[in-house]
Design a protein around this ligand. Structure first.
Ligand code: ASP
Length: 297
């Protein structure tokens, strides 16, 4: 499935994961994503940078507890919530990520600090947590009290091993033509302790350059092996595919690797593509010439 929109001089698209289950009620997540897309559009309209807007959007999705990221994180097989996130600044070709980090309130904020405050692109585990602590970023007080079961998820599903469910992400184009992308997750349900998916990997879960920004969700192993978000940008750059064809082409590769999921992308011309090969994609978008909307199926 795919949708394309001409959003105009600035644009925002969000996703809340590719794991919605038919028959469940996603009114709460749709209302939340609509409000967030509207707020992001207003911030872009006021001249805020795409980088600030994608961080703000993903932090809002993380804090809500409605999705399997941040507060809605599902525990791994050992009973710990381990979080992954990344962010990329297109024009400066800078990126940062954190992987398998515990009890951080906003992994995307830590990813940005890695990008801006270290010579590295990715920090993992205890080292990432130490860095975030030293940066003064907030950690959850009492994990049992903090984490909540996301909307549309039965608690027993959180231990199943064969579904991906609810990574969050954002891509944006600002008034100055700059692109940025960010993605955050607690990973797939039933994952092994220490497992890292596509989300914190620049190129796999998240990509932004001067022409395209993309954020992925789905079975992370398949997205890593398909090249994920960077493959979308490469298809546009080298194969001259249009944005929606590039998203569909990457997802066809994911499907060939027995994965499913979705991708959101925006280009420097303000075109937004939302694509998925799963049962649905929690998604929202808005722009200078696009009224905010949010949909699930
Ligand atoms: N891609 C994420 C991961 O594999 C999961 C998801 O998108 O729901 O960790």
């Amino acid at each position: 499935m795919g949708e394309t929109f001409e959003a105009g001089g600035y644009a925002i698209a969000l996703h809340g994961g590719a794991g919605p289950r038919p028959g469940r009620d996603y009114a709460e997540t749709e209302a939340h994503m609509l409000a967030l897309a509207t707020m992001c559009r207003d911030r872009l309209d006021a001249g805020e940078s795409a980088l600030d807007v994608v961080e703000h959007a993903v932090a809002g999705l993380e804090a809500s507890g409605l999705y399997v990221a941040g507060r809605g994180g599902a525990p791994n097989r050992s009973g710990f919530v381990e979080l992954d996130a990344s962010i990329m600044d297109g024009p400066k070709r800078r990126g940062g990520g954190v992987a398998a980090v515990r009890d951080l309130v906003s992994p995307v904020a830590a990813a940005r600090r890695v990008m801006e405050g270290t010579p590295h692109v990715l920090l993992a585990g205890e080292g990432a947590a130490k860095f975030a602590r030293a940066e003064g970023l907030p950690f959850v007080g009492e994990p049992q009290a903090y984490y909540r079961t996301p909307v549309g998820v039965d608690p027993e599903e959180m231990t199943a091993t064969d579904i991906a469910h609810g990574t969050v992400g954002a891509v944006a184009l600002d008034r100055e033509g700059r692109l940025a992308a960010a993605t955050s997750t607690a990973g797939v349900f039933g994952k092994m302790e220490g497992r890292v998916g596509d989300t914190p990997l620049i190129g796999a879960g998240t990509w932004a350059d001067a022409d395209v920004a993309a954020s992925c969700t789905g079975i992370g192993e398949a997205f890593i092996l398909a090249g994920g978000a960077q493959d979308v940008a490469s298809r546009v750059r080298y194969a001259k595919e249009d944005l929606s064809a590039a998203c569909a082409g990457m997802l066809a590769d994911v499907a060939a690797l027995k994965g499913d999921g979705g991708v959101i992308a925006v280009d420097a011309g303000g075109r937004i593509a939302l694509s998925w090969n799963s049962r649905g994609l929690k998604r929202a978008a808005a722009g200078a010439a696009l009224e905010p909307f949010a949909l699930t199926f």
